[in-house]
Design a protein around this ligand. Structure first.
Ligand code: DGL
Length: 271
């Protein structure tokens, strides 16, 4: 049997559904010669309202699936899964595993000037305190203000990202953070980058931090440090294979809007 060199193996990415495509989008930009397996657990989405135990159980089964496909690194694009499951998964598997929380926290701490950071995310992400913990490790002087924004995920999936309704909802959610004079707002959920144009209308003085760019940067750095970046050879094309646990048609419809490019090669799998 011929086995591929380690650097030719794909990068495994997983999310609870379509939202992680915001992270995949940045990975595709940063790593133009790589191939990717993207798993969206569309049968069990949302993760954001579930208990820590359930999210860990789901994340474990997604990781197990990607490991069975032979990948060289794992990226957990889901903030809720990163918040609850990364510490457990890191102790269970040997492969490098990157979540979105640490890179996002690092970027926010670097950008704040007044040491007042706001975090928004799903109920689970906010309840877990993951961002707060990482920010405090990086700089104990930073004050963190957080708010879960459960309506943002359905708004984005409906494609309702601009106009009066999302504006009013964003205003309601962000009001207290703005009153607390945050100078950085960390988007702690896969879907929220789509709402940046609306959120920016609420305040011009707050810098918005999107974890996905920083996560792509971290994946690049880890691969580079391990000499696992695929070389730029003419015969190699960037490619993505998608796996979903339910409703591939809906995944394609919503996903193309989020990714901003066509989605092909979608396989319906059972975990
Ligand atoms: N992907 C999830 C996250 O970033 C949002 C959707 C869900 O609740 O599963 O936390």
């Amino acid at each position: 049997m011929v086995t591929s060199p380690l650097k030719d193996l794909p990068i495994g990415v997983f999310d609870s559904g379509v939202g992680g495509l915001t992270v995949l989008k940045d990975l595709l930009k940063k790593l133009p010669n790589e191939s990717f397996y993207y798993l969206g657990d569309t049968a069990r989405v949302p993760y954001g309202t579930r208990s820590k135990e359930t999210v860990i159980k789901y994340a474990r089964s997604c990781v197990k699936f990607l490991l069975s496909k032979d990948v060289k690194i794992l990226v957990i694009a889901c903030h809720t899964a990163s918040s609850y499951a990364i510490p457990v998964l890191k102790s269970e598997i040997e492969l490098p595993i990157i979540g979105v929380v640490e890179p996002g926290a690092r970027s926010a701490v670097r950008k704040t000037k007044n040491n007042r950071i706001g975090i928004i995310g799903t109920e689970g992400t906010i309840r877990s305190g993951s961002y707060q913990t990482h920010i405090k490790i990086l700089n104990p002087d930073v004050e963190v203000f957080s708010r879960s924004c459960p309506l943002f995920v359905p708004l984005v999936e409906e494609g309702w990202v601009e106009g009066q309704v999302p504006y009013l909802i964003a205003q309601e959610y962000l009001h207290s953070l703005i009153l607390n004079k945050i100078d950085v707002l960390l988007l702690g959920c896969t879907h929220y980058p789509l709402l940046i144009p609306t959120i920016s209308k609420l305040t011009t003085s707050i810098e918005i931090v999107d974890s996905s760019k920083e996560t792509a940067e971290e994946v690049y750095n880890v691969l580079k440090s391990k000499n696992l970046i695929r070389e730029n050879i003419d015969t190699i094309n960037q490619s993505v294979r998608y796996y979903v646990t339910d409703n591939p048609e809906k995944f394609v419809e919503v996903g193309q809007r989020i990714l901003g490019s066509p989605i092909e090669n979608v396989e319906w799998i059972d975990l």
